[in-house]
Design a protein around this ligand. Structure first.
Ligand SMILES: [Zn+2]
Length: 343
């Protein structure tokens, strides 16, 4: 399958708007030539979104610095350049307020929980795999057990040694609606409510063919109390090791989504701001990185030292590029695990 990556396009605003890809290491598709039906100097983002099927268009000025974000429906009449943001992960973006509240609440929970429970130095996570398929065969998402076992190995190698993921069960469901379930849909709700197993500390992984260019999405630990049935991660079936979603087929979509499940944010959360992703040892990053752009530094202000964390599991780079969580992220995981402990 083809999943598009970062494409920088320049709009030449003459009588006919010509759009051509300028910078991209690995454009796969779609490559733009001319946007049909646009013949004046007013470009609607709706039109762009419709044509390109993308969620966000960020307008920038000579590529850098960015000059603002356009919302769907906003009209653009002075576009010089635009960067297409492909949403790889459908996990919702929490507000700063939500994050601060969740951190406060975690601290309160830690105060209530027994020191014995908190002192546990290792966490064993039971993992339930729910394979949603559209019929028999891998072409219908009915992935073999061998890929699931390989996925478990990827997780156990990726996470700090304090975490052990143990396969607790695999079930298979043929359901054409759940097979296409996206984030926030009734299909997602039906699928999870029917299939979820275990308590707050059980990891439920659903594999399906969600569409929309997404590779997966997850819930956060502090979501569990209100909506226990919705807890878990959903990943594209072809993102498992050996799947067809190249270059996202080494199993790190699951690594990334489970990162959210244990309380981490994208490394580009918050952009070039002091709080950024609420982890102090991941340098600030303006926007997602795609491919493996070595040396990328999108927050150039001296206030934000360090190159972009493109090798981090919580960025959007290729699976072959991402290889670690930081100590700060590991520490945040531990802090947030309190949401998954019994008081
Ligand atoms: Zn994500």
């Amino acid at each position: 399958m083809n999943i598009s990556r970062n494409v920088i396009i320049v709009f030449s605003l003459v009588t006919i708007i010509i759009v051509m890809p300028v910078v991209s290491a690995q454009i796969t598709s779609p490559e733009l030539s001319i946007l049909p039906g646009i013949d004046n100097n007013v470009l609607s983002v709706n039109t762009l979104l419709k044509i390109e099927n993308v969620d966000t268009v960020t307008v920038n000025d000579n590529h850098d610095p960015l000059i603002g974000n356009l919302k769907c429906g906003e009209e653009v009449n002075t576009v010089i350049a635009a960067e297409r943001i492909i949403e790889k992960c459908g996990t919702r973006i929490p507000t700063d307020n939500e994050i601060v509240q969740a951190q406060k609440e975690a601290a309160q929970k830690q105060a209530l929980i027994s020191q014995q429970a908190l002192a546990v130095s290792s966490v064993n996570v039971p993992v339930y795999f729910h394979v949603i398929n559209n019929g028999e065969g891998i072409e219908n998402g009915d992935i073999p057990e061998s890929q699931i076992i390989d996925q478990m190995d990827v997780l156990n190698n990726a996470y700090p040694s304090t975490y052990t993921f143990s396969l607790a069960g695999i079930d298979r469901t043929t359901n054409s609606v759940w097979y296409m379930a996206g984030p926030g849909t009734r299909a997602e709700s039906g699928m999870k409510t029917t299939l979820r197993k275990g308590g707050a500390d059980a990891l439920n992984i659903y594999t399906n063919n969600m569409g929309g260019g997404l590779l997966g999405w997850a819930t956060f630990p502090w979501d569990y109390e209100k909506k226990p049935n919705m807890d878990g991660v959903v990943i594209l079936y072809s993102s498992l090791p050996g799947g067809e979603a190249e270059p996202y087929n080494l199993g790190d979509t699951a690594t990334h989504e489970i990162g959210h499940w244990v309380g981490l944010f994208h490394t580009f959360q918050g952009g070039c701001t002091p709080t950024n992703d609420y982890v102090s040892d991941t340098p600030a990053e303006r926007s997602p990185a795609y491919g493996c752009p070595e040396g990328r530094d999108s927050c150039t202000n001296k206030k934000f030292p360090g190159l972009d964390p493109i090798y981090n599991f919580m960025d959007y780079t290729n699976d072959s590029c991402m290889n670690h969580f930081t100590e700060g992220q590991a520490s945040r995981m531990t802090d947030m695990w309190v949401y998954r402990l019994k008081p």
